[in-house]
Design a protein around this ligand. Structure first.
Ligand SMILES: Nc1ncnc2c1ncn2[C@@H]1O[C@H](COP(=O)(O)OP(=O)(O)OP(=O)(O)O)[C@@H](O)[C@H]1O
Ligand SMILES: [Mg+2]
Length: 261
């Protein structure tokens, strides 16, 4: 079964149409990249999936179960998805120790946790994202941007998601730090079998991490396909335009290559 299926999705904010007729499919354990210029509707798609943007038409299914609407089945389905955002500074409460933020993430599992089990789980999650678990009591201000982004990933993982949506998670980070976050996501995908919808306006980053890519423009998808095939022979002029900024074609580049100006 497909982990996440978006079918003919439209998102409207009042009279304004932000997304129209978008379909997308994410198989278990895979990464699909969603790329497009600013304002093309990428975040609207992500937010609609987790119930933060209004779905005006279409369906969203998680493991075959519709995640649209207010019914408890749909709400349960949405809990299987975790969204991580761009800004690691505002994502964590500055007055809350990072361990407590990660612990909050376990609520999405819907299970009861004893104090001790939760404490152990928080340590395990911090280790998983390569943050020293002995620092669980420190405030976010004591960590770098890259570390904070990894802590927000730990908090998302605490909900034991089936699908992780990463919306511009590396955009606010230095290039040198971007690769540590990207490599962490690849590692988690491998070890946990996560399915990832990876959103970015940066084609180099999307290319590095995605098995498949969908290109968005003006609220719609202009083309999609396996990453290397699509980028080697884009059929849409807009994809070609996006590719103009990326130096090497025809194979999956190392991140260092993609980061070279
Ligand atoms: N809450 C909102 N209310 C009204 N309009 C919105 C809202 N959120 C987004 N929009 C509009 O919807 C369109 C798509 O925005 P969206 O944020 O989905 O694009 P994006 O591809 O994520 O852009 P970016 O790369 O800048 O993050 C834009 O025209 C935007 O102004
Ligand atoms: Mg966005």
């Amino acid at each position: 079964m497909t982990a996440l299926e978006i079918e003919n999705l439209s998102v409207r904010y009042g009279a304004r149409s932000a997304v129209s007729d978008v379909s997308l499919r994410l198989d278990h354990g895979r990464t699909v990249g969603l790329v497009g210029e600013s304002g093309s509707g990428k975040s609207s798609v992500a937010n609609a999936v987790v119930g933060l943007a209004p779905v005006s038409a279409g369906d969203i299914r998680v493991n075959g179960v519709s995640a649209v609407g207010r019914r408890s089945r749909a709400r349960q389905a949405r809990l299987r998805i975790q969204l991580i955002f761009q800004d690691p500074y505002s994502a964590l409460d500055p007055r809350m120790p990072v361990g407590a933020s990660v612990a909050e993430g376990t609520l999405a599992t819907g299970r009861r946790w004893s104090r001790e089990a939760r404490r152990r789980r928080v340590r395990e999650l911090l280790e998983q994202v390569h943050v020293d678990p002995d620092r669980a009591g420190a405030l976010p201000g004591a960590f770098s941007g890259g570390q904070r982004q990894r802590i927000t990933i730990a908090r998302a993982l605490a909900g034991e998601p089936e699908v992780l949506i990463a919306d511009e998670v590396t955009s606010a980070l230095d290039v040198s730090v971007q690769s540590t976050v990207l490599n962490l996501l690849r590692e988690l995908q491998r070890t946990l079998g996560l399915s990832i919808l990876f959103i970015s306006h940066d084609l180099a980053v999307v290319r590095y991490i995605s098995d498949e890519v969908s290109v968005m423009r003006h609220g719609g998808i202009v083309e999609s396909g396996p990453t290397e095939a699509l980028l080697a022979a884009p059929s849409d002029p807009y994809t070609e335009e996006l590719l103009g900024a990326v130096p090497v074609l025809g194979r999956r580049m190392t991140f260092e290559e993609t980061a070279t100006p």
